[in-house]
Design a protein around this ligand. Structure first.
Ligand code: ZN
Length: 161
């Protein structure tokens, strides 16, 4: 085989795909084509690394929060303050929108026995937003807030002593 490898053959070799015996023989003997395959592999690895760097590492963030929580007296600092604030604003917007609908409906409707959007429903919506595991930061915050059971046990232990 006298010719160098084609672009397709170099790509295939770099990807580890089965290339013909002819290609393998040429690769074993030709420094130029070997270098081309190595360069292509390097390019792919670099691209993959930069793509991964662009993605937030939720796993690492979660571990850091857990470490912070396990330290006694440690304060939980939201790692992505900007993102965390945006989420807070989004929650506020949901509440305001729900209250707005309720007020509007309550004014227009002729003396409704019950408000169209009960407060419980608004609170449930906020709870659902806070409980959303996909929202980083709030996950940790909600675990900091004691549940009703925990509150009750705290009150009982205080009263018992
Ligand atoms: Zn070659």
């Amino acid at each position: 085989m006298s010719r160098h490898l084609t672009e397709d053959e170099i790509t295939a070799a770099a990807a580890g795909l089965a290339t013909g015996a002819e290609v393998n023989e040429h690769l074993a003997a030709c420094v130029t084509c070997n270098r081309a395959v190595e360069e292509f592999r390097h390019l792919v690895a670099e691209r993959r690394a930069s793509l991964e760097a662009e993605m937030p590492d939720w796993g690492a963030q979660r571990r850091r929060i857990l470490v912070q929580l396990s330290e006694p007296g440690a304060e939980v600092v939201p790692l992505h303050r900007g993102h965390w604030r945006r989420t807070l604003l989004a929650v506020a917007a949901v509440v305001l929108a729900a209250v707005g609908v309720w007020l509007q409906f309550g004014r227009q409707a002729p003396a409704p026995a019950k408000p169209a959007v009960p407060v419980e429903k608004i609170l449930a919506e906020v709870d659902a937003t806070l409980a959303d595991d996909q929202v980083p930061g709030f996950e940790a915050l909600s675990s900091m807030v004691p549940t009703a059971d925990e509150m009750a046990s705290m009150m009982t232990s205080n009263g018992a002593s």
